[in-house]
Ligand binder design. Structure first.
Ligand code: GDP
Length: 298
């Protein structure tokens, strides 16, 4: 399937090496764990997370009295799946309308992800409206417009450089009068002006809370898997300036850095809710830890 195909390079970078080591060792000993740890560390999983996974693996090996190295693989899968397991990977869209604010730096796949999410929700029978809140770039507005047309949903836009909070305000009024289920708002991705972006997001949150008190609100952070550890530091920064409720990890297809998903989960404890596995409209999947680990090891 799409996920398995997309993870080919990541699988090569992690699991093929692991298989080789397990076969070479045959038996379980301390050196085997060192080798496995080395593979994890060099696979974008991060040092701290790798240590954590190996500690858990050692415990499982001990508890199950495993001596055959080949049996270690199943336990490793279990350790990773447990680490990645989410209690709340579903989007919280209970209220009508509900709002999804989408944040992330330029180029990570924010616009594409908004289009894909709109498509996913539309397929579930929901009425979706997009708000072109990245008013800093005319191209961003036009790109979102193209996606709105492609998916077949309404878009609320204003001219370049207009106030993003005003666009969101307009979009909320439209969502109310058109009885939309979900309003998906794009935002500017200029992280180098951290203070400006923080103020902008604050203003947007204020408008949402005033116009739609008590609604279900998601703030999804879009991260590009191909940027590896950079994605982790972006997540840390965005988490400081906004209230991130979930992550959309894009470009998992064709990267060897898919291990980053494990680092993100372990270091930030923000649920990965959706993953991008291609450029097309339906190349977006709900994140499922077991499926992910299976695809990684298959
Ligand atoms: P934005 O600047 O963050 O809004 O980024 P865009 O949505 O314009 O995407 C930047 C590029 O990444 C485009 O060429 C997209 O087609 C591509 N892209 C987005 N998501 C994915 C994905 O999941 N997989 C792949 N392979 N490409 C993606």
């Amino acid at each position: 399937d799409r996920l398995k195909e997309g993870l080919t390079k990541t699988r090569k970078s992690i699991t093929e090496k692991i298989d080789q080591v397990l076969v070479a060792f045959g038996k379980v000993d301390d050196e085997l764990f060192d080798e496995l740890e080395e593979i994890l560390v060099t696979s974008d999983i991060g040092v701290d997370t790798s240590l954590k996974v190996i500690e858990d693996l050692k415990k499982k090996v001990r508890e199950n009295r495993v001596t055959d190295a080949m049996k270690v693989k199943d336990l490793l899968k279990e350790s990773l799946a447990e680490l990645l397991a989410e209690e709340n990977s579903e989007l919280n869209l209970e209220s009508k309308p509900s709002v999804i604010l989408v944040v992330g730096v330029n180029g990570v796949g924010k616009t594409t992800s908004i289009g894909k999410i709109a498509n996913l929700l539309k397929q579930q029978g929901k009425k979706v409206i997009l708000a072109a809140g990245d008013t800093f770039r005319a191209a961003a507005i036009d790109q979102l417009d193209i996606w709105a047309n492609r998916v077949g949903v309404d878009i609320i836009r204003q001219a370049e450089n207009s106030d993003p909070a005003a666009v969101i305000f307009d979009a909320i009024q439209a969502a109310k009068s058109r009885k939309a289920d979900v309003l998906i708002c794009d935002t500017a991705g200029r992280l180098h002006t951290k203070k400006n972006l923080m103020d902008e997001l604050k203003k947007i949150y204020k408008v949402i809370d005033r116009e739609l008190p008590g609604i279900s609100r998601e703030t999804l952070l879009v991260l590009d898997a191909t940027t590896g550890q950079n994605a982790v530091s972006q997540a840390k920064t965005f988490n400081e300036i906004s209230d991130i409720t979930g992550i959309v990890l894009t470009k998992l297809d064709g990267t060897a850095k898919g291990g980053i998903i494990i680092a993100i989960k372990s270091e930030l404890d923000i649920p990965v809710k959706l993953i991008g596995v291609g450029e097309k409209m339906d190349d977006l999947q709900k994140f499922d830890a077991r499926e992910f680990v299976e695809a990684l090891f298959s």
